[in-house]
Every structure is written in C-alpha cells, then in structure tokens.
Design a protein around this ligand. Structure first.
Ligand SMILES: O=P(O)(O)OC[C@H]1O[C@@H](O)[C@H](O)[C@@H]1O
Length: 284
C-alpha cells in the first residue's frame, strides 16, 4: 500500500509509515503526524489482492481519518477490483461477491475510488464515487500494441460475449482498422469448467490479438488459442489488463506467442517469465 499526501502547491509526496502483522495475525499501521501537517488531500494506492490487505486498508483509513481534518479528502486507487467476477449468483447458495466488496469499499467513505477495466458494469454501478479507467485508455499506454493495431497488423478476437463491447471499442479507437472476430465459450456454471469454445469468422493466416480483462489460470485463452491455431491463425497475442497468471506463462507455450499486460495485479518484478513467450508489462 502506497500513501501519497498532496499539499496546497499541488505537489505530491510518498508517505512513509510503519506496518506489521502481529503474531496472532492482526494488522498494525502507524503514521507520523508530521507527514500530514500541510496535507490537503490523501491518496491511497493498493493492489487489493488478498484479505490481509483489505484489513490493513481499513486500519490505515481509520488512522488517517483520526490524523487529518474531517474535510481532507481521501481517495483510493485499486487498479484490480477484487471479487468483480462474482457479479451474479450463478447457483443458488452462492454469495454476490462483487456487492460484498463494493459495500466494504463504500463503508470507508472515500471521496473518490479509481479502478481499472472493471470486469462488467456491475462493480462500477455498486461502488460510490467511482471512476473506471477503461481498457482502451490503458492500451493507449502501450506504443507497440497501438502501432500494430493502427497499421491493421492484428485482428482482434473477443473471447466471449462479455468482452465484445470492449473489443469493438478498441477497433473503433483505431478507426475500425482492426477487424473484430467474436468467440464464444460455454461454461458449466457449477464447476466453472469450459465445455466448448468456438469462433465466428476466418482467422486463416492472420496475426490475432485476444483482448480481455483478466487472465487467471489461463484456461479461457488456452482453449481459444487452440481453436485459433487449428483454424490457421499465424501469431496469437494476448492483451490482458489484469495479469494474474496463477498457473504461470508456460501453460501458453506453443499456443500464444506474445502477452501484453499491466502491473495492476502485481508489480513487474513479480511476473515469472517464460523463454517461449514474449511478455510486455505496461507499467503504470
Ligand atoms: O480462464 P481464466 O484465465 O482462469 O479466467 C479468465 C476469464 O474468466 C473471466 O471471468 C475473465 O473475464 C476471463 O475471460
């Protein structure tokens, strides 16, 4: 978690603070009062990727509110919004994780919350005072990808219905130059297993770019890349905002040649490289 303090001249400084986890598992955070004497705004940046970080955030916000004037705005930047994929109750007996997480964030009363490339419209609708930085904006920060798309070197593949609107937006940003081909995946709602993947269009001899919000274990993209390759696609690239890659990159060997992602889920030095795949991390 990084904390920034803004002063009246508009300058921003990184605030140093003490934190540790007690041996019993409880979180501790302590700020130095002097760091906030001229603070007019506070910004918290966190990759909110596990439960301890959520508790640490709560504790930090409470400490900050006790230290600063009530009117001092506290803004939160959480590029990866956790539980966003649990945006509907698929099977009776499950929780609506996205709503649980949104009410946790709302309970901390931030003056602004920034997230990146929300999984669906559900999280932005549930979080108060939220700004969702769109995938197309993040893509614009990768010059190589932008140039390849502008030159029409890549055909865009939308991996499922959920990604369709966003993929069309990418094509429109480049004046409709990149062709868009829709893919469909069918999941077993109980197990999450992908039963079928198909593409609607011709990819023979084309260099394709699959664009999506999250790559977790990668099953979606492995199955899709198999179908693309067997339909004659030349080079397969993947552009993912939130690169979790919980099963590493080697699982894509022979199927995906290039991966582009941001550092929203983990910092660049925590990615494990694969010799067979070119990985480009768009650092924000
Ligand atoms: O197939 P893995 O990588 O596990 O999961 C990622 C996919 O699952 C969806 O929620 C994401 O939008 C993406 O399409």
């Amino acid at each position: 978690m990084k904390i920034f303090s803004y002063n009246s001249t508009g300058s921003k400084s990184l605030v140093d603070y003490d934190h540790f986890t007690f041996s019993g598992g409880e979180e501790h955070v302590r700020f130095n009062t002097a760091n906030f004497s001229d603070s007019i705004k506070i910004e918290i940046f966190e990759r909110l990727t596990n439960s301890s970080k959520m508790v640490r955030l709560m504790i930090a916000v409470d400490a900050l509110k006790r230290l600063t004037d009530e009117s001092t705005p506290i803004e939160l930047v959480i590029p990866y919004f956790p539980y966003a994929r649990q945006d509907r109750v698929c099977v009776e007996g499950e929780a609506l994780g996205a709503a649980v997480m949104a009410s946790f964030i709302n309970s901390l009363h931030f003056s602004k919350v920034t997230i990146w490339d929300a999984h669906s419209d559900v999280s932005p609708a549930l979080i108060n005072r939220v700004t969702n930085v769109e995938q197309i904006t993040l893509l614009g920060r990768c010059e190589e990808l932008s140039q390849r798309l502008a030159k029409g070197e890549l055909t865009l593949i939308s991996p499922d219905a959920g990604a369709s609107k966003k993929t069309i937006k990418i094509s429109e940003k480049f004046d409709g130059v990149p062709e868009v081909i829709q893919a469909q995946k069918v999941r077993n709602l109980k197990t999450g297993e992908i039963i079928k993947t198909e593409i609607i269009g011709n990819v023979k001899g084309k260099n394709v770019l699959i664009a999506d919000d999250i790559c977790d274990g990668g099953r979606t993209f492995i199955e899709l890349a198999k179908v693309l390759k067997s339909n004659g696609a030349a080079e397969v690239s993947l552009f993912i905002t939130h690169g979790i890659f919980s099963k590493g990159l080697d699982v894509f060997e022979g199927l995906i040649e290039r991966i582009y992602t941001t550092d929203s889920f983990k910092p660049a030095n925590e990615f494990k490289n694969s010799n067979a795949i070119s990985l480009q991390i768009i650092e924000m």
